[in-house]
Design a protein around this ligand. Structure first.
Ligand code: ZN
Length: 398
């Protein structure tokens, strides 16, 4: 694709849904001249894509080539149809796997499903594109997978992090050590990877774990480099972070909905609202790659609550709590007094905490970190068992 303007014009000409979006916003293709103009186009959400596919199966009119020209057609839960268009690495995961050190000499056990959904083939095609040898292992069969890993001299793993941990624990139980297993690198997605688990996999098992972010509809969106501090936005991909209600772009570091445009002419999804919560940074990365990074995927936007015109998300409340060793649990409660939102933080101290001035300190930090003025209420020990939601919207909406 030569430019965003050309891409948008092609999508407009070939896809009825895109013409509808433009009409809705009073736009013509000539209004979109650069990336900065993309924000004018209304978002398309997954639910709308699914609905359009129901009305006009299989692809809702988004496919710009005959179905018979596709390599494969997938059906993800929903059901939602996903195309595999032309090219050896249609979903562009090769760049992500290469950044994680996957190369020609690797023998890779791919444990994503090959059945109906595109996950297995997405990584299979990227691995083959890099010249790796693939074992299409799919999901399940823990003991057999351990046996394969050992006997076939597997050096790389692809799948979800919990399954990698299960396999390595099983190998340990069966009496195999690091020397019996050649696995040294893993690439994971589709599940949250905690830094604790990453440290265990590296320390106890000698496996370096990288991760990336993408979806069945979009393919590769962003991926980790050797610095493993956030996800570099992939080539041919534009990522915006927007206010999930208004669709307006947010500034660096501000959490909001991850909105993705992939410059893929066969299936042009323009401003696809993922519902995932993320934030962008333009700060340079130690690896030298240019461009923006997602600082992480922080949850779902639907978990956010709007308070005094700003969104408050569970991960922010948890971040605030983690800054105070004396606070065991922190819960934000939103009420209204005289039609104005009031934010109260209920903090449960750890046993024998020194609570002198604690409330004031949490209040100051909340102002700094969350940008909310709030009052802090210290609650008795045992008020929370740690399983409660950390944001409660107690406003009366009737
Ligand atoms: Zn980097």
């Amino acid at each position: 694709m030569s430019s965003i303007a050309d891409f948008v014009r092609l999508a407009y000409e070939k896809v009825y849904a895109v013409r509808e979006k433009f009409a809705e916003a009073g736009l013509v293709p000539g209004d979109i001249r650069s990336q900065a103009d993309l924000g004018l186009i209304p978002l398309i959400r997954k639910s709308e894509l699914a609905e359009r596919q129901r009305r006009e199966p299989p692809f809702g009119g988004f496919l710009t080539m005959p179905e018979s020209a596709l390599q494969r057609i997938y059906v993800s839960p929903g059901p939602i149809y996903d195309p595999q268009g032309p090219g050896p690495d249609y979903w562009r995961w090769g760049q992500a796997l290469s950044a994680a050190g996957f190369a020609q000499e690797d023998i890779v056990q791919n444990t994503f499903s090959y059945h109906l959904t595109p996950a297995g083939m997405m990584f299979d095609s990227a691995l083959r594109h890099l010249g790796c040898t693939v074992i299409p292992a799919g999901v399940g069969n823990t003991e057999l997978q351990v046996q394969i890993m050992r006997e076939a001299g597997v050096t790389g793993f692809i799948g979800v992090p919990s399954f990698l941990y299960t396999l390595l624990k099983k190998a340990q139980e069966l009496g195999f050590s690091k020397h019996d297993i050649r696995l040294r690198k893993a690439w994971v997605a589709a599940e949250k990877l905690s830094e604790d688990l990453r440290a265990i996999l590296s320390g106890d098992f000698g496996v370096e774990v990288y991760q990336g972010y993408g979806t069945a509809d979009l393919g590769c969106v962003a991926y980790e480099c050797s610095e493993r501090r956030g996800f570099h936005v992939a080539e041919e991909v534009i990522v915006e972070v927007v206010d999930p209600e208004t669709g307006q772009s947010l500034g660096p570091g501000e959490p909001g909905e991850v909105v993705v445009t992939v410059l893929e002419p066969s299936y042009p999804l323009i401003r696809f609202g993922t519902g995932d919560l993320g934030a962008l940074t333009g700060a340079p990365c130690g690896c030298g790659r240019p461009g923006e990074r997602l600082t992480g995927i922080l949850g779902r936007t639907t978990d956010g609550v709007k308070v005094k015109g700003l969104f408050l998300y569970p991960h922010q409340v948890e971040e605030l709590r983690s800054r105070f060793a004396q606070v065991a649990f922190l819960q934000a409660v939103i009420t209204q007094i005289d039609f104005r939102d009031v934010l109260t933080l209920r903090a449960e101290p750890v046993p024998d905490a020194d609570i002198e001035g604690l409330g004031k300190r949490v209040e100051r930090e909340a102002k700094e970190l969350l940008r909310f003025t709030c009052r802090v209420e210290l609650v008795a020990q045992g008020t929370f068992d740690g399983t409660e939601k950390n944001i409660i919207d107690a406003r009366n909406w009737e």
